[in-house]
Design a binder for this molecule. Sequence first.
Ligand code: NAD
Length: 264
Amino acid sequence: TTTLMSGKRGLIMGVANDRSIAWGIAQALAAQGAELAFTYQGDALEKRVRPLAESLGSSLVMSCDVSDDASIDATFEELGKSWESLDFVVHAIAWANRDELKGLYLNTTRDNFVRCMDISCYSFTAVAQRAVPMMREGGSLLTLSYYGAERVMPHYNVMGVAKAALEASVRYMSADLGNENIRVNAISAGPIRTLAASGIGDFRYILKWNEYNSPLRRNVTLDQVGSSALYLLSDLSSGVTGEVHHVDSGYHTVGMMAVDAAPQ
Ligand code: NAD
């Protein structure tokens, strides 16, 4: 039987553990027959990522630090030894100094600003540069964003500025790569309890707020982000590029919910 992703090969970047958004996406893709390769950041994460990858039948597991061009080059060189072509990439990577994911945006330091932009925004472009030559029959590139790119969210600070730049880069790359039948999109996910999210101040309050103020009156799950990613990475979305697709229980559409939406 053929499935949505059978015959398709993709690279998953950003699994840290089984709560990672990248892991939710990987599971949805594998369930539809995709062949996956994984990257992890640093030796400490290898022992977490390798068993997860193997549970989905993948033994292509590589180290990659996206702040280092040589490391990205090495990753794609290694990938090229096993695979002669690539159909999709998932970029689920971001970083900011925890000390500045609370308090005022105004206090952002130059060093944290530059590093956050580099890892959370530029790295998607750097990865695309290496992935595109392998996408011989077109492809799909996907990154992860958050509503803090569009509107002020408490404590998101420099990460909101980086996500705004990331979303703009999705639009520019979609125009650059459209003639090669390579699509570039983002999922703007609602808040999910992950390692990265644990660094954001008052995250429990943010989860509650989103639950009470979303049309669907609940937070999103890894499975829900995974299945939306499956759509954007499969041929089902062959007419979609340059898009920031909200998977947030509809939160982004709301100015104010009615009184009866609040917990009684
Ligand atoms: P996570 O901590 O599981 O994943 C973040 C990943 O980034 C980790 O695997 C980490 O190793 C990787 N990373 C950081 N710096 C790196 C570097 N220099 N090189 C390579 N990898 C590096 O958390 P997550 O929430 O799954 O985050 C994935 C993406 O989803 C991020 O872009 C995040 O901003 C985005 N996102 C998260 C939420 C949320 O509420 N959790 C909501 C919307 C968007």
